[in-house]
Design a protein around this ligand. Structure first.
Ligand code: AMP
Length: 148
């Protein structure tokens, strides 16, 4: 990648790259796992953010975590999912970004996660940055630098 292209990407901020909250599928921390599984199946995502009633980011819930909960001794017991709240099994050890973080900050965090949440000063949920968005920018820069 040419120096100029690299600098261009480094100047991009998270707010330029993120999917805004109103376009992000999410579940509430108090929802039952049954509802979260329905959202995940309908959207086709393997995980989505979990928010509290104040719209603050709490964690991430995944299909894998839900299916682990449904797994009984010998078979899946899907009826268990209506009695367990999302907040009891969601993953809370998730890195977040702020809107003024850079492209490179986002790229580093996305090495280990398919998406990273963007939060405001009081933990309010602003949106997500996905691997797809980062890879699209890397690919664009690569082709632009090749065609110079
Ligand atoms: P991608 O890099 O586009 O494959 O997205 C990576 C992950 O980000 C997906 O598997 C979902 O878990 C999450 N994701 C992407 N777009 C959305 C969205 N609009 N709403 C909720 N989660 C999303």
């Amino acid at each position: 990648m040419l120096q100029m292209e690299r600098e261009k990407n480094e100047l991009l901020l998270v707010e330029d790259l993120m999917i805004p909250s109103e376009k992000v599928a999410h579940v509430q921390s108090g929802n039952p796992l049954e509802h979260a599984l329905l959202v995940l199946i309908k959207t086709g995502y393997s995980s989505v953010p979990v928010l509290n009633p104040q719209f603050q980011f709490e964690g991430v819930i995944s299909k894998t975590k839900i299916l682990e909960e449904a797994l009984g001794l010998e078979q899946f017991e899907m009826n268990r999912l209506s009695d367990i709240a999302v907040q009891t099994v969601m993953d809370q050890d998730i890195p977040c970004l702020k809107k003024d973080h850079t492209f490179i900050d986002a790229l580093h965090k996305l090495i280990d996660h398919p998406f990273v949440c963007v939060t405001g000063e009081d933990g309010e949920f602003d949106g997500i940055v996905t691997r797809r968005e980062i890879l699209k920018n890397v690919s664009k820069s690569y082709h632009e630098s090749k065609n110079k």
